[in-house]
Design a protein around this ligand. Structure first.
Ligand code: 1GP
Length: 240
């Protein structure tokens, strides 16, 4: 499976991708088969697994249970190095470019390097940019960084470009889990018009209209987690 090449091909063909985000702390292992029946009837194309924290070290068990149920690519979206498991297919190798905390810019990545060197995971360098979603999110608290205001459009654009020029293969605009304000269409349009790598957008999306707005503005992948945690019947609205 070449996850990244498939994302690039989808972008070229204008095919939009939907990632379902599973937070291992919130997922009951017994519920996974039932959840995936619904996922497979929906337009979801990717599974992201991760959270800002994983207090019970559940990530590996969740990944294994998910891999039993699906052939969709299973990609780690780790809050820190402790969430790496070689049971997944790939990993978003994140650098928190909006923040100025060296721990999440490079230190966690150095800690992850020897583990990833021997893991069969596809590594996808990702520029992770926190955008103000009008709610203090777990990522902000854990990383001890501030998001970029949605008004600072030039700053967001230049941060995205700097990410691409430093070799990031994906740029991820993140309003934060459960954000009350999603990343605006203007920002998505501006960034997607200027970068050449695929663009991921997530945080606070909980209606079909918001999903379509993000796609129409230029998001190549949209990530949804909280909306499915609150109401799995939302997957029926997103039927194939
Ligand atoms: C969070 O972008 C993801 O990291 C998804 O956000 O949980 O609000 O859908 P939600």
């Amino acid at each position: 499976m070449n996850i990244y090449q498939n994302i690039v091909s989808a972008k070229k063909e204008g095919k939009k991708l939907l990632a379902v985000l599973i937070d291992p702390e919130k997922m009951d292992l017994k519920h996974i088969p039932c959840f995936f029946e619904k996922i497979h009837n929906s337009i979801a194309t990717h599974i992201f697994i991760g959270g800002s924290t994983d207090k019970d070290n559940q990530t590996e068990s969740v990944v294994m249970a998910v891999k039993k149920e699906t052939n969709l690519p299973v990609i780690l979206f780790p809050g820190d190095v402790s969430q790496i498991t070689n049971k997944a297919d790939g990993i978003l190798f994140l650098s928190l470019l909006s923040g100025r905390n060296p721990e999440y810019l490079i230190e966690q990545q150095i800690k992850a390097a020897p583990i990833l060197k021997n893991a069969p995971l596809e590594i996808i360098p990702t520029g992770y940019i926190l955008i103000d979603g009008k709610k203090e999110t777990a990522t902000q608290k854990v990383s001890n960084t501030k998001p970029i205001s949605q008004e600072k459009t030039t700053r967001i654009l230049h941060t995205s470009l700097a990410g691409e020029f430093s070799g990031k293969q994906l740029i991820y605009l993140e309003a934060g889990s459960g954000a009350t304000q999603v990343v605006s269409q203007n920002i998505i349009e501006m960034v997607s018009n200027k970068i050449t790598v695929p663009l991921i957008v997530g945080g606070g999306i909980h209606t079909k209209k918001q999903l379509e707005d993000a796609f129409n503005a230029g998001a190549d992948i949209v990530v949804i987690g909280t909306a499915f945690e609150k109401d799995e019947s939302f997957l029926k609205v997103l039927r194939k």
